[in-house]
Ligand binder design. Structure first.
Ligand code: BG6
Length: 523
């Protein structure tokens, strides 16, 4: 006899049976001395190595300006691993074996001679698969993207149309531009030397299991997809809240702000997955076509409407998220932040999607730093029952049904509905049905970068952002920025650290008879 859980296991439907085997290759990291390399890329590659997911043979070359040797780079990374690895302690023998795959090539990204040295370095591996199948990871400033790919092209390492049986790909990080014009400029710089199909633009939210699950959940379940439209949905709330402030990133953040840092990419990506139409197939281009169509259906917010549809905020000093912790400084007191900065650390906005499915259904998005709880979730709130029977008597106390996709932490999905409180009296209250990833699958939480690197090595672009996606998203965000231009923050736009944002954000929903449903800790 099988237990029910075992039967479910037997019903696993594997979709990657036709997946291509990874080919031996080399990952070249530009910006190898930087934070991203130590915190994310090397830990991710190490775990892929440890879990036997990498091809054989496989090499990683660090390229950066600082003077170091392969040994000193490895030693440095070893120390960082002790801090940043998701599994601890790091397995010394696996790390040692992984370390044999790493080497360092010193060079300045502007120096043509350095690229020739890189070509020699790769050639010295003596295996054409390691010197011609190349994944270039550009963990450098976007202003350097164009120069790097052009020089790689000049030394023959990066070909627009690689010879048959070899491939070269370029992975780039955000920020991908700071507005539509600069994103177009970057795209032009990159596509001058690399074919669009070989450019992999990262949004690390797409590497998260729960974000990938949005499509699986929507299109493998008949019961929910039937409800996924204006006929049943009252509105959707997408919240990405963080407890930390900007910390050491004040310099970057002063140029970005929450709108560029989070909304342009992570929140709009989640929105696109939640609201897009079913793709014609699971091919990368079919999925990305639908995401672009959805982004294009978002009604532009003219600058004059920004004050009515978008709320920005900036955190003041406050108690922080944990009542026992020390008080935390306000944004303007953070290092590298101007004392009179008007940069937003919080944004809430209402978007309308002008298509058949979502006409009349508002999508409320919000994100902020120094909020009381760090959580990302999508809440689909369904329409209320007619005001007869229970609703006639209970009024708004009869809760609307809601489905919440908790993206992180405590990943899971909850369905909220009403039920009778047991007992002789007649009373109703909301109850919850909850699926927890942890309870069902155990604590398997690979880093987003592991999945993303693996996909890039395999040449599958589904989890990466296409040129038209990035540009459409910038168009939406630029219009909002235009509405804010030259307007300093007003008193109503500040919020105390440890609170759920400025009051104006509550008013945005209250004016339409709705309330934000704040994420809560799931126990
Ligand atoms: C990054 C932003 O892209 O995403 C950060 O630059 C933000 O400001 C981070 O804190 C959030 O990512 P995660 O995975 O912690 O939700």
């Amino acid at each position: 006899m099988h237990e029910p859980g075992q039967l479910d296991e037997l019903m696993i439907c594997r979709l990657d049976a036709g997946r291509r085997e990874l080919m031996p290759c080399t990952v070249v990291i530009f910006g190898a001395s930087g934070d991203l390399t130590a915190r994310k890329l090397i830990p991710a590659l190490y775990h892929l190595h440890r879990d036997r997911q990498l091809p054989e043979p496989f090499r990683v070359v660090g390229f950066a300006r600082r003077e170091k040797t392969g040994d000193s780079w490895r030693a440095e990374l070893g120390e960082a691993m002790a801090q940043f690895s998701r599994t601890k302690p790091v397995d010394a023998s696996e790390w040692e074996k992984f370390g044999r795959r790493l080497s360092y090539c010193r060079g300045d990204v502007d120096d043509m001679a350095a690229y020739k040295r890189l070509a020699e370095h790769l050639g010295a591996f003596g295996d054409p698969r390691l010197s011609r199948n190349l994944l270039f990871y550009l963990a450098v400033s976007p202003s350097q993207f164009g120069g790097v790919v052009a020089r790689l092209g000049e030394v023959g390492l990066l070909q627009r149309d690689p010879e048959p049986s070899f491939w070269q790909r370029v992975v780039v990080e955000k920020p991908f531009g700071h507005d539509l014009a600069s994103a177009r400029g970057l795209n032009a710089d990159l596509t001058g030397s690399v074919h669009e199909k070989s450019i992999f633009r990262i949004d690390h939210y797409l590497g998260k299991e729960t974000v990938q699950n949005i499509l699986m959940f929507r299109f493998s379940n008949a019961i929910f997809e039937q409800l996924w439209s204006r006929q049943s949905v009252d509105h959707v709330q997408i919240t990405v809240s963080e407890t930390h402030g900007v910390g050491e990133r004040g310099g970057y953040y002063e140029e970005a702000g929450a709108l560029r840092d989070m909304v342009q990419n992570h929140l709009l990506q989640v929105l696109a997955l939640v609201a897009m139409e079913p793709p014609v197939s699971l091919a990368a281009e079919s999925i990305r076509d639908e995401k672009v169509k959805l982004l294009e259906s978002i009604r532009p917010i003219p600058p004059a409407s920004v004050p009515r549809q978008v709320v920005r905020g900036q955190y003041l000093a406050g108690p922080g998220s944990d009542s026992s912790s020390e008080p935390v400084p306000g944004y303007r007191q953070e290092s590298k932040v101007k004392p009179d900065s008007n940069v937003e650390t919080y944004v809430a906005l209402k978007l309308a999607i002008d298509n058949w499915r979502w006409s009349g259904v508002p999508f409320y998005l919000r994100t902020g730093k120094r909020l009381p709880l760090g959580a990302s979730e999508v809440r689909v709130e369904f329409r209320r029952t007619p005001t007869v029977l229970f609703a006639a008597q209970c009024g708004p106390t009869l809760d609307a049904n809601a489905l919440t996709l908790r993206l992180q932490p405590d990943e899971g999905i909850s369905l909220r509905f009403n039920g009778k409180v047991p007992g002789a009296s007649t009373a109703l209250r909301p109850v919850r049905m909850h699926f927890s990833y942890d309870a069902t699958f155990g604590a398997y939480t690979p880093e987003a970068y592991e999945r993303l690197l693996l996909e890039a090595l395999g040449g599958d672009a589904t989890l990466f952002i296409r040129r038209d996606e990035v540009e459409t998203a910038w168009g939406i965000v630029d219009a909002i920025r235009e509405g804010w231009a030259g307007q300093p923050l007003t008193a109503r736009e500040f919020y105390a650290a440890g609170s759920w944002g400025p009051v104006a954000a509550d008013e945005l929903l209250a004016s339409e008879g709705r309330v934000w449903r704040n994420p809560y800790p799931i126990v």
